[in-house]
Design a protein around this ligand. Structure first.
Ligand code: ADP
Ligand code: MG
Length: 697
């Protein structure tokens, strides 16, 4: 019944059906049922005209029609009527359908009038009100709150107003019964949460008798939305666990142990140890690991990746590690080589700028299996690169890679390698649960000991000289500084000029030979970029002027100041990420957010949050609250986040509950084959077309 095409509903037909499909994506009875009103009005409540204020929204007034007249000419022509109750008078105005409306109006008649109130020159008015003849019984006789639906101009032109949508929905609800909307949750769950039936829930979300009955309906339907979304993701996860065969790392060998006991330069944090255990468990279990590692900037993800790659080598497998930029790949390569310098592990670097001869050598070593670890940019996943037995792949700073690129990794071995995806920026847990619920998921929420929070301040541009003086003081202490310019698009000419201007200005503050400056941006040839970068890393230059190419991962522990120009042009997560370039050593570090004097309230709010906390997870939560899930970096732009009713920001608690319940259901009944879980199974089967069995990390 619910799958019936919408044009077969009484009152719709082919023309309106077409409009509903195009304008509101309503194809079936079910779609209409799930087209929820955005608010309700209580039509039993009658407002006094004198009580209306500019803040009043929808109003319902009852009174006598005193007079009406048409005023204005041609396009400005309108019909104005005056309605009076015992407290005052209100204007009713029509711009369209004037002739027809005029014929229906009767002076001296009492009307019940409903609409959106506005004030014009201090007088209340309603434009295009809904009117009906008023009888006291009628006003009191309504049994429910009237739903208001959104509509579009095109639909209104076909007289499918918000109100008409309500009539269609009402007609639909008359046609269906309990049996058309069967229960989809196990009885025990319905009982536990005291849920009303789905049939009732749909009735009450559209036509509730009270606010309370509306809320009860919403509670059930929101839960359902999260429950089935979580269930689908969990099913994908568990079917991967059960059916995908993974490479087995069954031992911890010499390489891992020697490195861990002899060369590891510090004690691992508790979080690092926990994540390593999770990885060890996955890779030792005969199933393929597809794990997302979320860690705040500087939480030490790289060493976790390295230890995992040693584990792979101990078990006879090769590994690769991909970084989004050459700078980062180079840096990982340098860091890892120096950590492994006394160990019998062969590591090579492959990027777009690797020379042909060396490239051929590397490719050969990969193919023969003589290479243990290949580090690089996306060059490592090109088809030409064939591994003898790739067992472990690390994708660093995940969101810079597309899904398709990551898919390449799966094909690098007959049994796909284990995959560890490391995010650049934490995302809120609620978002992770919905966007990445089909992945295994680890959190590193602990920074290595001894880190001091980065003191962060906001300064207006006119304070730039003082800021630069401060940078000089830090440099005098032997520290280094970053000055970052926003290049939203690396290729944009204007932004590039902006950077060059900035560079000249920085030079005037910091003249040679007392100061040396590196500059790095996306337009430079790779070798020049690299040279500039290395000079800063070695401490030959004290200042790094850069665009956001520096954003992810770069690690220069001696740098203690981060100045961000036009910081209002960056998103919260990006600012946090940039700030994370300092505070990597044990010295006190600083971040100065420069802005013009005119910034929006939202911009100011963002900077305030950043000044107040160093916790990336908290910042991510705030970012989600301010911008909504659609815009958050590092998430898939997917339908998984489009809930009709539920919101991952406001309904966190429901989401967590749904998540816990789905996992415990699947744990005890992975095939949903018990009698108890039959309603779930039936429901999923009905909706089968919707499930996306994505395999990609
Ligand atoms: P991110 O998670 O941002 O990629 P990195 O892996 O680059 O962080 O680590 C940041 C810095 O912290 C590096 O200099 C690294 O050597 C250091 N580090 C990592 N783990 C620890 C630890 N357990 N104790 C002390 N320093 C650590
Ligand atoms: Mg990193």
């Amino acid at each position: 019944m619910l799958q019936t095409p919408i044009e077969y509903l009484k009152g719709v037909g082919p023309l309106r059906g077409d409009m509903l499909r195009k304008e509101l994506n309503i194809h079936t009875f079910k779609d209409l049922l799930e087209f929820y009103p955005f608010r309700h009005v209580d039509k039993t409540k009658i407002d006094k005209i004198s009580s209306l204020t500019p803040n009043t929204e929808y109003v319902q007034v009852a009174g006598r029609l005193n007079q009406y007249e048409t005023v204005g000419e041609k396009r400005g022509k309108r019909l104005v009527a005056y309605l009076q109750d015992d407290s005052g008078e209100i204007e009713l105005t029509w711009f369209q359908g004037i002739n027809w409306i005029q014929k229906t109006l009767e002076i001296g008649q009492r009307y019940l009038v409903f609409g959106k109130a506005s004030f014009f020159m201090g007088n209340p008015q309603i434009i295009h009100p809904e009117m009906e003849i008023y009888t006291p019984e009628k006003a009191g006789g309504r049994k429910y709150l009237e739903p208001i639906y959104s509509s579009t101009e095109k639909l209104k032109a076909r007289s499918l107003t918000g109100r008409a949508m309500g009539k269609l929905t009402f007609a639909l609800l008359q046609q269906i019964s309990e049996k058309d909307i069967p229960e989809n949750l196990p009885a025990s769950l319905v009982q536990k949460f005291n849920f009303i039936s789905r049939y009732e829930a749909f009735n009450n979300i559209h036509f509730p008798v009270s606010e309370e009955s509306y809320n009860i309906a919403v509670r059930r339907l929101k839960f359902e939305e999260f429950f089935f979304a979580q269930l689908r993701l969990a099913l994908i996860r568990s079917s991967r666990h059960r059916f995908s065969k993974g490479l087995l790392f069954d031992k911890v060998g010499d390489l891992f142990n020697t490195f861990y006991n002899t060369y590891l330069p510090f004690e691992l944090t508790g979080a690092q140890k926990r994540v390593l255990k999770e990885i060890r468990k996955d890779t030792g279990s005969n199933r393929q690991m597809n794990r997302l590692l979320q860690g705040d900037v500087g939480s030490g993800k790289t060493i976790v990746a390295l230890l995992s790659m040693l584990l792979a080598a101990d078990n006879g497998f090769q590994s690769c590690m991909m970084a989004p930029t050459e700078i980062l790949a180079q840096q990982h390569f340098n860091g890892i080589c120096s950590l492994l310098k006394d160990m019998p592990v062969r590591v090579r670097l492959l990027t777009g700028s690797t020379k042909t001869k060396e490239r051929n050598e590397i490719i050969k070593a990969c193919e023969e299996g003589s290479l243990n670890i290949l580090i690089g940019t996306h060059a490592v996943i090109e088809d030409k690169v064939v591994f003898k037995n790739l067992g472990f792949a690390v994708v660093d700073e995940q969101h810079k890679f597309g899904v398709a690129q990551r898919a390449q990794l799966w094909k690098k071995n007959t049994i796909p390698p284990h995959i560890l995806v490391m995010t650049a920026t934490p995302i809120p847990r609620t978002l992770a649960l919905t966007a990445y619920g089909d992945l295994d998921y680890s959190i590193m929420d602990e920074l290595p000991p001894g880190r001091q929070p980065i003191a962060t301040v906001h300064r207006y541009e006119n304070k730039r000289p003082q800021v630069m003086d401060f940078v000089k003081e830090e440099i005098a202490k032997g520290r280094q500084a970053y000055i970052i310019y926003p290049l939203i698009e690396e290729s944009s000419k204007m932004d590039y000029e902006n950077l060059m201007k900035g560079y000249e200005e920085v030079k005037s503050f910091f003249p040679e030979p007392k100061y040396w400056i590196s500059m790095v941006h996306g337009k430079q040839p790779a070798d020049q970029k690299e040279t500039n970068m290395q000079r800063f890393v070695k401490g030959d230059t004290q200042i790094m002027v850069s665009t956001t190419v520096i954003e992810v991962g770069v690690n220069v522990p001696n740098a203690s100041v981060m100045v961000i120009e036009s910081s209002e042009r960056f998103g919260l997560s990006q600012l946090h990420q940039l700030r994370g370039r300092v505070g990597r050593g044990s010295d006190k570090s600083f971040c100065i957010l420069l802005t013009g004097s005119k910034i929006s309230n939202e911009g100011r709010e963002r900077l305030k949050i950043l000044c107040a906390t160093n916790d990336g997870f908290k910042i991510a939560e705030k970012d989600l609250e301010i911008r909504g899930p659609g815009d958050i970096e590092g998430t898939r732009q997917s339908g998984e986040l489009n809930f009709k009713l539920a919101s991952i920001v406001q309904d966190k608690v429901i989401l967590e509950t749904a998540r816990n319940i789905t996992s415990s259901i699947l744990e005890s009944d992975p095939d949903l084959s018990t009698e108890e879980n039959l309603p779930i199974k039936n429901f999923l089967q009905m909706q089968k077309g919707k499930t996306v069995w994505s395999k990609i990390s």
